[in-house]
Design a protein around this ligand. Structure first.
Ligand SMILES: [Cu+2]
Length: 76
């Protein structure tokens, strides 16, 4: 009971291939942010790293990964 009521915030990082410009990063950022439970997204185009802060009660890292893949990018 105590556990299920606690809002656990996690951070996940993915290396994402296929992002070549700010249009790509904005697109990836939007598809992740549109998932409920995602608190914050930051993307570095230089290192092609995407990091997302999320509530594990609402969403999991595979859902975030799928959203990136469905947007047309490759998650390593
Ligand atoms: Cu682009």
């Amino acid at each position: 009971m105590f556990h299920s009521s606690k809002d656990e915030i996690k951070t996940v990082e993915f290396k994402v291939h296929g992002m070549t410009c700010s249009h790509c990063t904005n697109r990836v950022k939007k598809v992740i942010k549109d998932l409920s439970g995602v608190k914050k997204v930051s993307i570095s185009l230089d290192s092609v790293m995407v990091s997302a802060m999320y509530s594990q009660n609402d969403v999991d890292m595979n859902t975030i990964k799928d959203a990136i893949v469905n947007a047309g990018y490759e998650v390593l």
